[in-house]
Design a protein around this ligand. Structure first.
Ligand SMILES: [Zn+2]
Length: 196
């Protein structure tokens, strides 16, 4: 199957296989890529308000451009400055920004740590999150191992493996398959909140 560099703005696929209800199923991939590159190349010249971004787009702004911009903002590749302009994050700034998840319920899991009874879901959610934001497996492994130790999760016990590294390695299939994180995160956060 062909792999694409950008995700579909609606269903996030990077292959020609869209989700059943995707708005852009059947849209030629070069049009999707063009919308992204129009936005990224225009913002690469400096932060600008959305109106100016639309005007300066090399190709006519359409619903695909709007959807691609929403996706870039949601994925934290583009952020709004204090003065209301849209700004492209540098790769380093992006990495720093996404390293600590701020979306709920991931934030709860990240900050409070996991508890016995939801370790599987919590690990699944964090690994799937780091995969989604583009971290390599090595970086994902390092961050999740650190989280196991620093959040107190490892000390609470409930693992069969002998070390945090072994725990994360046993979940590598989650990274390879690229699952979504939301459902697992919600189930883990519900358990964590009940234990407060
Ligand atoms: Zn799609």
């Amino acid at each position: 199957m062909v792999q694409f560099h950008y995700p579909c703005p609606d269903c996030r696929t990077t292959t020609s296989l869209h989700a059943p209800d995707c708005r852009f199923d059947g849209t030629p991939w070069h049009e999707i890529e063009l919308a992204y590159t129009n936005i990224l190349s225009t913002l690469a010249t400096g932060a600008k308000r959305e109106g100016h971004l639309r005007e300066q787009s090399p190709d006519r702004w359409d619903r695909l451009h709007s959807a691609a911009l929403s996706r870039l903002r949601h994925d934290q590749r583009v952020r709004e400055t204090a003065s209301g302009a849209l700004e492209l994050l540098s790769p380093a700034a992006f990495r720093e920004q996404v390293a600590v998840p701020t979306q709920e319920p991931l934030q709860t899991i990240y900050e409070e740590g996991s508890v016995p009874g939801c370790h599987d879901h919590a690990l699944f959610a964090l690994i799937a999150y780091y995969e989604m934001v583009g971290f390599s497996w090595g970086d994902t492994r390092e961050r999740v191992v650190d989280w196991l130790r620093e959040s107190g999760t490892w000390d609470r016990g409930g693992f069969e493996e002998g070390s945090p590294e072994a725990v994360v390695d046993s979940k590598r299939h989650v990274y390879i398959r690229g699952y979504g994180w939301r459902q697992a995160a919600e189930e883990a956060a519900a358990v964590i909140r009940r234990r407060r």
